[in-house]
Design a protein around this ligand. Sequence first.
Ligand code: AMP
Length: 283
Amino acid sequence: MHIIQSRHGLVAHLLSLRKQGENVTIGFVPTMGALHSGHASLIDESVRENTITVCSIFVNPTQFGDKSDLEKYPKPIEKDIEILIKHKCDILFLPEFEDVYSAEYVHQKFELGELESKIEGASRPGHFQGVCNVVSQLFEIVSPDCAYFGQKDYQQTAIIKSLIQLTRSDVTLKIVPITREPSGLAMSSRNIRLSDKGRKNAAFIYKALRDIQTDAESRSLLELVDRAKQFISSQKGVDLDYLLAVDAETLNEATSIKESGSIIILVALTYEGVRLIDNIFLN
Ligand code: AMP
């Protein structure tokens, strides 16, 4: 695996690879590191579908409103490199801040409409603008054919869809299902900040989502959402941010399963001081 730090080094390397043949396709997996099996599943999918896979590890400061969250973000780079080699990633892009944002770079404002200020955006103002700025820069550098994002950050996938349209990019967005710990807890780089006991207990999040799914035929959506909120809020040490049933396309709140198309339940909460998110499709 090649490890490349400089923007120009990566552009030049990818250009020379593209020149090697018309059938070269580049798959791109942007990450913030502290890699786990969820990230690895994105790498696997890209390796399966492309001739070259590029993974970036860059903890983008512009998407963190909470500076202590940024400071606490884990950076186990040696372990990350081992995982990437094991999963046959071809190139690791490991830029410094200046490699992503040149001295002349002006932070852009993307017209994301209400999508950026609701749900996750309401709790993390500016977060999705930060995501769009970094992803648009990374897309410019890598020029991928396909980019792989996780369903776990569901609203982020809708934002990236908008970004691709707004920038008239020809990148194909691929959304990869959520990888879970054996307990059902969605894998996240933040899970290592939970205590051992907390990490086991946090299975209540997936249980709440599964219970909604199981009873979706027999009870009203509002009733199911209320029950799940109560169940989660009754867990010790939990601060529930939101639990919502939304239309999977528009992310507008859904009130009944029959009236909408595909419905997804989105949840975010703080547990032992760690922000955790998860989701599940109902149909
Ligand atoms: P992050 O490093 O947290 O920015 O995540 C990088 C990419 O990995 C994003 O597209 C995430 O949605 C995805 N990802 C994170 N956790 C998981 C998971 N448990 N399953 C699948 N994809 C994930």
